[in-house]
Design a protein. Structure first.
Length: 417
């Protein structure tokens, strides 16, 4: 394979491509099932079944993407995810039955799943150290701003005649433009590197990395609360007005968009493992506030508690995002980085399968149980991160921007986190 050098990367066009991609996703994702129903004219039960089957097929794309990234490079796979998704959205208006729906939706699902290890791998190839953390934060900022803007545009598009078809066209075009940005960006200089050996067996045998994956699973499940668990809890358990859900989601989206870089600057001298462990403590605090909201009467006190809990939750999300991404990228050997990141990204696939049924079961059994289970998982994960710190590669677990040693001196290894 070719291993890329981090020297003199070209990030501007890459970030523009990420923005355009997320803008199109913002138009489509909030309306997924409704969009497919309107564009294809198929009954909603058929649409739901087809989307579920396609999502299950798409899971296979994650490990396959890891192999392709290591065999070729992350940039080529990332362009491929854009091309196949552009093709899929261009074909949606031609779908007329369950079989074609599954085929087109599966192509898009495969592109979606492969996108995440490919984009993470591309950033890891572009830069390293503190620059890698900064680029992850910049990408998250660009994508959150674009996704929110896309959501606003979708609300305008659906009021127009042919609005859903217009969304399909725009989404396909956004992927084409994003791939063009990536192809025009000057990639890092490629250097000959060793061919990957061991494959996924080596990844699964890497105990510190698999420990990191297990830890990340607890954080991933918690992050799915806002979209999966909170709507059910707030409306059906607490009796909050459904309108509050949009407000809470907007608060989270806006703060994640504007807070990535400031939080990253605050974390630049902290060990990544410790920064992520601290985010777990803040996540636990948000669980406590969400649980405590059940003690308040409906009305302004309940709304205030939900807003407060969401603010704390968002702070934790900001603290966790960049260290988590950089930990995974830094812990992966360059020759197998694609496979390592594919395994790490599987935590989202597992979470999206487990969360709907798991959260519903816990809420149905006893609502406080949901928050207690999440808090327990986070406490175990945060403690495990502190132990993993000594076993992960120093460049992964360490500080993104370690303090500079004075002339003739040395930087103390025991500097605070």
């Amino acid at each position: 394979m070719l291993r890329t050098s981090p020297r003199k990367p070209s990030n501007g066009l890459f970030l523009v491509g990420m923005f355009v991609d997320a803008l199109g996703n913002g138009l489509y994702v909030p309306l997924t099932l409704l969009f497919i129903h309107e564009v294809t004219g198929l009954p909603t039960p058929v649409v739901g079944a087809g989307a579920t089957v396609a999502a299950m097929i798409g899971l296979a794309a994650n490990p396959l993407a890891g192999v392709l990234i290591d065999r070729f490079d992350a940039r080529a796979v990332l362009v491929g995810t854009y091309v196949i998704r552009a093709l899929g959205f261009a074909l949606y208006p031609l779908v007329s039955g369950f079989g074609p729906l599954v085929a087109v939706a599966a192509v898009i699902a495969c592109g979606d799943r492969a996108f995440y290890p490919a984009s993470a791998g591309y950033i890891a190839a572009l830069t390293e150290g503190g620059g890698r953390d900064r680029l992850y934060a910049l990408m998250a900022t660009a994508r959150n701003v674009a996704f929110g803007l896309g959501g606003l545009l979708s609300s305008l598009a659906v009021t127009r005649t042919g609005g859903y078809a217009l969304i399909a066209v725009f989404q396909a075009a956004s992927f084409v433009l994003a791939s063009a940005c990536l192809l025009l960006a000057r990639p890092p200089r490629a250097e000959p590197g060793p061919r990957p050996r061991g494959g996924y067996r080596r990844v699964l045998a890497d105990r510190p990395f698999m420990g990191l994956v297990a830890v990340t699973q607890a954080f991933t499940l918690t992050q799915l609360i806002l979209s999966v668990g909170l709507p059910l809890y707030a409306v059906t358990v607490l009796g909050a007005p459904p309108a509050i859900l949009g407000i809470l989601y907007t608060i989270n989206t806006l703060l994640v968009a504007v807070g990535q870089l400031p939080v990253r600057r605050l974390q630049r001298h902290a060990r990544r493992t410790h920064a992520m462990a601290l985010s777990g403590v803040v996540f636990i605090a948000s669980c406590a506030v969400y649980a405590g909201a059940a003690l308040l009467p409906p009305g302004p006190p309940l709304v205030a508690a939900l807003v407060t809990a969401t603010l704390v939750f968002t702070a934790a999300e900001l603290m966790q995002a960049t260290p988590s991404a950089s930990l995974a990228a830094g812990a992966a050997p360059p020759a197998l980085r694609g496979r390592y990141l594919a395994v790490h990204q599987m935590t989202w696939a597992v979470g999206q399968v487990v969360a709907p049924a798991g959260f519903s079961l816990l809420l149905g059994t006893a609502p406080p149980l949901l928050w207690a289970v999440l808090a327990a998982l986070l406490a175990i994960a945060s403690a495990a991160l502190l132990r993993l710190s000594a076993h992960l590669p120093p460049e992964a677990a360490g500080r993104p921007n370690p303090p500079q040693a004075p002339p003739g001196g040395r930087t103390p290894d025991h500097a605070g986190t």
